[in-house]
Structures are given as C-alpha cells and as structure tokens.
Design a protein around this ligand. Structure first.
Ligand code: NAP
Length: 275
C-alpha cells in the first residue's frame, strides 16, 4: 500500500522538497500516493495552489483534527522558533509508526523526541535548497542505528545522503550545507556588482558569472585534488588571479569566512536553546 507525505510549514525548503520529488515523480509515486501540506500563512497557501495546482493537497489547519488520515512521512519544515507551539495542533493525525524528519536548524533530536516519545523513527536532517534540482547535500542523524531504505527513500531522491554517527557536528553542517548556497550566491552577487561598476551590462555580467560558476562546479566533479591545489593551478605567478588572491589575503578573506561560519554555528546553538 502507498503512503502519504505531510509537510508542515511549506516555505522555501518545503517547496524545494516538493520540486525535487516531482522531478522524479515516477520513482516518488511508486511509494507515495499524495503530498499533503499544512501552512499557517494564507498568502503562502495561495502561492502553493497556483504553483502546484492539483499536484499537492493543501490541508486547512482548522480541519486537521477531523481528518481521517494517518501520515506515514511527516516533514517538519517550519522555522525553529515555531517548534513549541506548532506540534500540539497536529498530534492526532500521527501514530507511533509515523516517520518524522525534522529540518529545523539548531533543534536537537531530543527537542523533537519530547513531542513524540512513542516514535522510534525520528530523523534529524540538514539539507539545502539544491534538493529542488535533486542535487542536495543531506545529512541525517537518528537514534535508530540502521536507517533503512524505506526511512531514507524520500531523501535519497533529493540528493546525496550522509548518515552521521554523532549529532555534535550538526550545527557546523548546518552552517556549511544549509547556509552554504547563500554564501556562493553572495559571492556571485558581489562579483556581478563589481562587473557592473565597470560598465558591463547587468544581464551580460550575470550570464558570464553564472557560466563561470557552473563550469567550476562541473569541473569539481571530475578534477581530483585539494581545493588549494586547484586554486594554485590557475594562479600563475605574477598573474592576474594572483593579484586578486593576494588582495583577498591582505584583506583577511580567510578570517572573514571562518568568522562567518563561526557566527552561523553560534546562531544554531542559540536556536537550539530557545524555547
Ligand atoms: N531555507 C533554507 O535554505 C534552509 C536550509 C536548511 C534548513 N532549513 C530549515 O527549514 C525550515 C524552514 O525554513 P524555510 O526557509 O523554508 O522557512 P519559511 O520559508 O519561513 O517557511 C516556513 C513556513 O512555515 C509556516 N509555518 C510556521 N509555523 C507553522 C505551523 N505551526 N504550521 C504550519 N505552517 C507553519 C510559515 O508561515 P508564517 O510565515 O506565517 O510563519 C511559513 O510559511 C527551518 O526550520 C530552517 O531552519 C532551511
């Protein structure tokens, strides 16, 4: 029998999940009969309705308790700050066999387990928006030692899944994997701004920067070696790249990056304590 999926809170990450699954709909719908979502924002629901039409089922929050459904796979995809008052509403539509996937940055597995003490299948997940194109990086942690194919089926569709033995690095992984795409986009944005300041047309600047980025990312799939070696190979002595790298070093780029990641890790820790 096929099972149903429920996404609670369907913003950026919720829609990325849906996009990734629908891209691989043949595999996805072999096991799943329906994608359901609940979102407390009316505006969001209208956006989702327009985007997905009848491909998803939007459930009214007020009608949840009268629902005759048991969801097998439940994704918690609202903001971490909403955890404490978000879950009670939904308790009746879960049973002890429900699999929970918590995407909430900073929230520990134990924070989620307190809401569902009878459930064995609770998986803490960190991923990024690249799941929307099935190229996500997905880290998972669960008390269940042998997460099986069924537990990971919905995540495997979305990208590369990495099982962690220890939760202690989750905040760091959040800062790198979850936030990572934003750092890259920021770098591209700043490169574009600089190019435009030289008088290059914005559209053209965007195009060549995007191509350069995608080309570099594709090369990484086949090139071997440390990142530092790859950088060195295109940094010839006395050349233009070297001039730029020297300037980055002089301006403490190294420290800026490491401090930024530290700030992100710190924030994840704060979120984990916030009640
Ligand atoms: N965005 C990323 O790249 C990323 C990456 C990794 C992990 N995450 C994690 O994914 C989660 C979602 O992030 P996001 O960026 O997708 O957030 P988002 O765009 O703000 O979406 C969250 C949605 O959930 C709704 N919501 C809040 N409480 C709810 C409730 N009790 N029931 C139903 N809907 C509820 C919100 O409505 P309102 O706006 O009305 O509150 C909003 O529409 C976060 O926990 C974040 O830590 C995000």
């Amino acid at each position: 029998m096929k099972d149903e999926v429920l996404i609670i809170g369907c913003g950026e990450i919720g829609t990325a999940l849906i996009d990734g699954w629908l891209n691989k709909s043949k595999i996805f719908f072999k096991k799943v009969s329906q994608i359901n979502i609940v979102d407390k924002s009316l505006k969001r629901k209208l956006v989702l309705k327009k985007k997905y039409k009848n491909k998803i089922n939007i459930i009214d929050q007020n009608k949840l308790n009268n629902l005759k459904k048991n969801f097998k796979y439940v994704f918690l995809a609202f903001k971490p700050k909403d955890l404490n008052f978000s879950l009670d509403l939904y308790k009746k539509i879960f049973n002890k066999n429900t699999n929970f996937y918590s995407l909430l940055a900073g929230k520990k597995l134990d924070d989620i387990r307190t809401f569902f003490p009878l459930n064995k299948n609770i998986i803490r997940v960190m991923l990024n928006t690249s799941i929307s194109v099935n190229s996500g990086t997905i880290a998972v942690y669960s008390l269940k030692r042998n997460l099986n194919k069924n537990d990971l089926f919905l995540l495997n569709i979305l990208g590369n899944v990495h099982k962690l033995d220890n939760e202690k690095f989750f905040d760091l992984i959040t800062a790198i994997v979850g936030s990572g795409p934003a750092y890259f986009y920021y770098l591209l944005e700043l490169m574009e701004k600089t190019a435009v300041s030289y008088g290059l047309r914005k559209k053209f600047a965007k195009k060549i920067i995007k191509e350069t980025y995608i080309g570099t990312a594709k090369s990484l799939n086949i090139l071997d070696g440390e990142f530092s070696d790859l950088k060195r190979k295109i940094t010839s002595k006395g050349g233009t790249t070297e001039a730029a790298i020297k300037c980055l070093n002089k301006n403490n780029f190294n420290k800026v990056i490491s401090n930024s990641i530290k700030e992100s890790v710190k924030k994840a820790k704060i979120l984990s304590f916030k009640k």
